[in-house]
Write a protein that binds this ligand. Structure first.
Ligand SMILES: Cc1cc2nc3c(=O)[nH]c(=O)nc-3n(C[C@H](O)[C@H](O)[C@H](O)COP(=O)(O)OP(=O)(O)OC[C@H]3O[C@@H](n4cnc5c(N)ncnc54)[C@H](O)[C@@H]3O)c2cc1C
Length: 454
């Protein structure tokens, strides 16, 4: 490895090739409970040519390469289990071009979503995908991330118009164009989005952006049961209301949220909702929505029209994971992430709650319910084998239940190492095809090895 490190120092300058123990440790883990493992070296490229040079070297010497964005992923995606080179994209953080008339933006992969939104605001635009962490756009594309707004605007795969990718052997390709539609060739953009660093390294992304809506309205609705909350979701979606976010938070999570943010929301299954549109249209939508939630036995319905109250509501939602983390010092969070057809959601969530309550673990349920996607947040002591076993059992039950209901083992967090064991069952013969594609694009198996494929 020493020879490779010397060669890397010829490609980048000395300061951007490091074996500093703090840096190795930082790149040995993500935000999950999965066991860390050190890379041999961490590099910080500044441009695509440097990324190409790094990969050409790695290809020649058959060294693993693990792309690293913010390290906020939740299934062990960035952990270098076979050592190698962790490629940190934090210095490739330029917003290259805003194209307001095309509703597009060109960015380097290390740009974070809040950094982008700050810039876009100057143009009256915003980028829609909002995972709870301030992740990089390269990492978000690589995991096909989504969040609270996908019910209206879609997931990361819907936003990526074009990618610039460095392949395993150092070749550089583009996967799309700036055109809104294309029937030309295979959909390589769709293939690379969600590939978790196993097919290539992104050096530039062209992304869709949207006009900031003229009016925004947020609301909170509480229900006697999760089932009634989900019934309300289905009615709202079928009514064609301009819903932009619709999130379910179960009663124990509301309790935690109240404690952490000093709020006093009623402790019951709750929907957090947001509507985007214009003043006149929203007024009608709001009245209609009130009727629909009342029909589902809603007990408390509050609108938050003021900017500050809306921000407080969504900040509380986005900080929920941290409410659990701060409330359980020394513990780590294990997050499950299935997505099922909405008609199956209430039963799936109710099962999950029962399985959590059968253990000694503390756990919450939150969901991007407009998409049928929900998470359980389980607090575990990573040094306690019983905690890990219990959490893994709950996860397994939830995943198998979701697969049986026609769902998927991961709605948005990705496979990493945590969901690897369900790939064959979920995809069947298609999983073999994925392996063949991986072997074609990465014949020496150097790109983020041990992820997605055992
Ligand atoms: C509190 C919390 C809440 C979260 N909520 C959500 C949520 O609501 N929705 C959601 O989808 N996720 C959520 N996540 C997970 C996480 O934020 C996402 O997975 C995110 O997309 C990862 O981005 P990152 O920049 O941290 O990437 P990293 O974790 O650094 O990397 C993720 C993957 O992308 C690859 N990668 C990184 N950069 C590149 C590149 N330039 N080219 C190719 N591959 C690359 C890595 O190798 C790895 O496989 C949450 C995480 C936390 C901690």
């Amino acid at each position: 490895m020493e020879e490779i490190v010397d060669l890397l120092k010829e490609v980048l300058d000395e300061q951007r090739v490091t074996q500093n123990p703090t840096q190795l440790e930082h790149h040995s883990r993500d935000e999950s409970y999965h066991t860390p493992h050190l890379p041999d070296v961490v590099v910080f490229p500044r441009n695509k040519q440097e990324v190409r040079d790094i990969l050409s070297l790695a290809y020649k010497y058959e060294v693993p390469v693990i792309p690293f964005g913010m390290g906020s992923s939740l299934e062990g995606h960035v952990i270098p289990y076979r050592g190698g080179i962790s490629v940190d994209f934090s210095l490739m953080n330029q917003i290259l071009e805003v194209l307001p008339d095309d509703f597009l933006v060109r960015v380097q992969p290390g740009v974070t979503r809040t950094q982008l939104n700050k810039e876009l605001k100057k143009h009256g635009l915003f980028f829609s995908v909002d995972p709870g962490a301030d992740a990089t756009l390269g990492g978000m594309a690589a995991t096909n991330a989504s969040g609270t707004t996908s019910v209206r605007y879609g997931v990361m795969r819907d936003q990526v118009r074009d990618l610039e990718v460095v392949l395993a052997d150092g070749r550089l390709i583009r996967t799309g164009t700036r055109a809104a539609k294309s029937s030309s060739g295979y959909h390589l953009t769709g293939l690379f989005v969600g590939s978790e660093g196993t097919l290539g390294l992104f050096t530039e992304l062209t992304l869709r952006v949207y006009g900031i809506p003229e009016a925004t309205m947020a609301a909170r609705a509480t229900f006697p049961s999760v089932k009634q909350a989900v019934e309300a979701v289905i009615s709202i979606l079928s009514a064609g209301i301009a819903i932009a976010r619709i999130e379910l938070i179960d009663a124990p999570s509301i309790q935690k949220m109240n404690e952490y943010k000093q709020l006093n929301y009623p402790v019951a299954p709750t929907l957090f909702l947001e509507l985007h549109g214009n003043e006149q249209g929203l007024k009608q939508d709001v009245d209609f929505m009130r009727e629909l939630v009342e029909a589902a036995d809603c007990r408390d319905f509050q609108f938050e029209k003021e900017n500050k109250a809306r921000q407080e509501l969504w900040e509380a939602r986005h900080h929920l994971a941290y409410a659990f983390i701060h409330g359980s010092p020394g513990k780590k969070m294990m997050t499950t992430d299935v997505c099922v057809p909405i008609s199956e959601l209430a039963a799936s969530v109710e099962n999950a709650r029962r399985w959590i309550d059968e253990t000694h673990l503390e756990g919450a349920i939150v969901g991007h319910v407009g998409d049928g996607n929900f998470h359980t947040l389980l607090m575990i002591d990573p040094k306690n084998a019983d905690d890990i076993k219990q959490a893994e059992t709950i996860n397994e039950k939830i995943v198998l239940d979701a697969l049986q209901r026609g769902g998927t083992c991961t709605g948005e967090h990705g496979v990493g190492i945590g969901k690897m064991k369900y790939q064959q069952q979920e995809h069947g013969e298609a999983f073999l095809l994925m392996k063949q594609l991986k072997n074609t694009l990465d014949p020496k198996g150097i790109l983020n090895p041990g992820k997605i494929f055992p």
